[in-house]
Ligand binder design. Structure first.
Ligand code: F6R
Length: 236
């Protein structure tokens, strides 16, 4: 794993954008995207750039069960707001959170087929405070494919900052599995702030274990971790 430590989120995000731009100029066509606070500056770099997405396909990691683009907490809405409206892709895929209410198996299988049909060239990841990647919580099997996940209290608590009330945070999501993520040819993972320092330390210095989903990235041949000083504060 290549590790890049920057002074702050802004410079780290510039660096991350340079990696995406470079991969795209080298032929990457299918781009795996993430939501949350972590990629916001990166998407702003993308929007402000000359990069043309019209020949690219995007595939997002996850969506809450029960939310769609009409809900401003949905990941559909987030992606429209931060990237797709300004820089549309040829085709953008995000799991179907509405189908998932009645038929999570079909929503998962349909999405998994999309990933199989469009192998991901470069995948962006954030890191959960508990070491999750996408919503693959501690204990998720490393060979998992797209599935419905029950969110842990830790994740519901962490994500409640985006909702007016913690009770409004959905309890489950449809999410790429760890095997889907590992199938990407290249991975860029970012983490910022003191509250990510423990997870960063366990991810790269701890054992590879399903208790820390992100630790599997130690086994991927092409991962770049980009963090700020605070997220790096617990490294040896
Ligand atoms: C988002 C996702 C999550 C986040 C992680 C970090 O699509 O799948 O794994 O990347 O929870 O969230 P933030 O960036 O809000 O700290």
């Amino acid at each position: 794993m290549k590790i890049i430590i920057k002074d702050n989120k802004a410079s780290a995000s510039k660096q991350a954008f340079a990696i995406f731009k470079n991969s795209i100029s080298n032929g990457a066509k299918v781009i795996g995207l993430a939501t949350g606070s972590t990629p916001e500056n990166l998407y702003q770099e993308w929007v402000d750039s000359q990069l043309d997405n019209s020949n690219l396909i995007s595939i997002n990691l996850d969506e809450y069960v029960g939310l769609d683009e009409k809900s401003d907490q949905s990941y559909h809405y987030f992606m429209q707001k931060h990237l797709f409206k300004q820089k549309p892709f040829k085709k953008s895929y995000i799991p179907d959170g509405i189908l998932a209410i009645s038929n999570p198996q079909k929503a998962s299988a349909d999405y998994n087929k999309i990933i199989e049909d469009n192998p991901i060239d470069i995948q962006l990841l954030g890191l959960g405070q508990n070491g999750h990647i996408a919503f693959n919580e501690p204990g998720t099997a490393f060979d998992s494919i797209t599935h419905e996940v029950q969110l842990t209290e830790n994740t519901i608590q962490a994500n409640s900052r985006f909702f007016s009330n913690i009770d409004d945070v959905p309890k489950s999501a449809i999410c790429m599995g760890i095997a889907n993520i590992m199938s990407a040819k290249e991975i860029v993972i970012m983490a910022f702030g003191e509250n990510k320092a423990d997870a960063v330390q366990k991810m790269i210095e701890g054992p590879v274990t399903e208790k820390v989903p992100a630790s599997i990235l130690q086994n991927h041949p092409n991962v770049t971790l980009i963090i700020d000083q605070s997220a790096a504060s617990k490294l040896d």
